[in-house]
Design a protein around this ligand. Structure first.
Ligand code: F3S
Length: 388
């Protein structure tokens, strides 16, 4: 693998043991995947941030490191809101451990924005090389923005943040970004909201696995709906990049050769069968974290109403701060808008038996991660159920 002078110095230990080990990790990963060189990155997004998922060993490893990020880097959602954890009902022992994890990342120069939607906070552009690790963020960056990132593991993304480079293979390379299967949606999608796109992703992810799908027939795609589609496909499959005919930036260039690819047909019933009316004892929306537009929609639907069961809305702190009036409107109903965490990574959600969501990814993960039944509905249905 080609390495430059700076890389050689880091590998010789001239910038400390942590950076030396981190570059060794990057080079080893690159060799495994056949990378010929490293590529400088614009930003990193580091998973392995919730104490619920990394536990004591993860915390000990983080505290043993000593270096600083040299590119902008943010964290994945953690197990609780940094500010309002008591209000959310987080156990103080868990909170202390989670705060230690956050402090360890802060010492490494990782910004304490704990979110799966870093693209709402910092400009990310077509062609940017990134080292992001949360699967929905990776999918959005590659597909909707046209940036380039593999799905990094937590340590790989952290190493890239500290060294400023990642191995150049896979989705960093133009030739590895071409469609491998066509998903033809044979349904009237004009009235679909983000939950339908999530349900489509839930269904399609199982069929396409780790291939790059090219969607046709989506007539109502918006960035938020595509966010829901990609998040779900990354959960039930391993899709890190997809294209949508005439919509996503690489597909809009019209350069793809599609002849000879397998075609998977998806019909209305494949999506609608996932919308089951079962009783729930909580509602949780914002998977992936809400955009300003979604917060506005939720505020509008909750206006003048009072929730009769716990209603959680998740968004990044930066989006909350910039939309505080909208957040206040939502909270007037009794719903709560929490930053830094989500329905999957917070242990608080384990107290419920059945949770209603508007996300295909949450539909896939809530049963295992929260030991609860998951029901999917539109955001309007979520509000109706929570205010009946
Ligand atoms: Fe984000 Fe948590 Fe969903 S990390 S994509 S809100 S499971």
């Amino acid at each position: 693998m080609q390495l430059d002078r700076d890389d050689e110095r880091i590998l010789a230990g001239e910038q400390g043991e942590t950076k030396q080990k981190m570059l060794e990790l990057i080079v080893a990963l690159g060799k495994v995947f056949g990378a010929e060189r490293l590529v400088p990155i614009k930003s990193a997004q580091v998973s392995g941030a919730s104490y619920k998922t990394i536990g004591e060993y993860g915390l000990q490893w983080l505290t043993s490191l000593d270096a600083k990020a040299i590119v902008p880097a943010v964290l994945n959602p953690i197990g609780m809101p940094r500010e309002r954890w008591e209000e959310m009902g987080v156990d103080p022992d868990f909170a202390a451990k989670q705060q230690a994890v956050v402090a360890a990342y802060e010492r490494l120069g990782i910004a304490l924005e704990c979110t799966c939607t870093p693209y709402y906070l910092r400009e990310t552009s077509f062609g940017d090389h990134l080292a992001w690790s949360e699967s929905s963020a990776v999918s959005y960056a590659n597909s909707v923005i046209g940036a380039r990132t593999n799905r990094e593991g937590g340590p790989g993304a952290l190493a890239a943040a500290l060294v400023g480079k990642t191995p150049c293979y896979g989705l960093h390379l133009e030739e590895k970004r071409k469609p491998q299967v066509i998903v033809r949606v044979e349904a009237d999608t004009r009235n679909w909201d983000i939950s339908h796109y999530g349900a489509l992703g839930y269904h399609a992810g199982k069929l396409v696995g780790n291939r790059i799908p090219f969607f046709s027939g989506l007539e109502s795609a918006t960035p938020e709906r595509l966010k829901g589609l990609g998040a779900a496909m990354a959960a039930t499959g391993a899709v890190a990049l997809y294209h949508v005919e005439g919509v996503t930036p690489e597909a809009a260039q019209g350069l793809f050769e599609l002849s000879g690819l397998e075609v998977i047909n998806v019909e209305t019933g494949d999506v609608e069968r996932l919308f089951k009316e079962i009783p729930v004892d909580a509602v949780a929306v914002g998977c992936p974290h809400c955009s300003p537009l979604e917060l506005g929609e939720i505020a509008g639907l909750l206006k003048g109403k009072v929730v009769t069961m716990p209603f959680y809305v998740f968004a990044s702190q930066g989006v909350i701060d910039r939309n505080q009036k909208t957040v206040d409107q939502i909270e007037k109903s009794g719903a709560r808008v929490f930053a830094d965490t989500c329905m999957v990574v917070s242990p608080v959600m384990e107290q419920y038996e059945a949770i209603m969501v508007n996300s295909g990814k949450a539909l896939a993960y809530v049963p295992d991660m929260c030991a609860a039944v998951a029901r999917i509905g539109t955001i309007a249905e979520c509000v109706k159920v929570a205010t009946e």
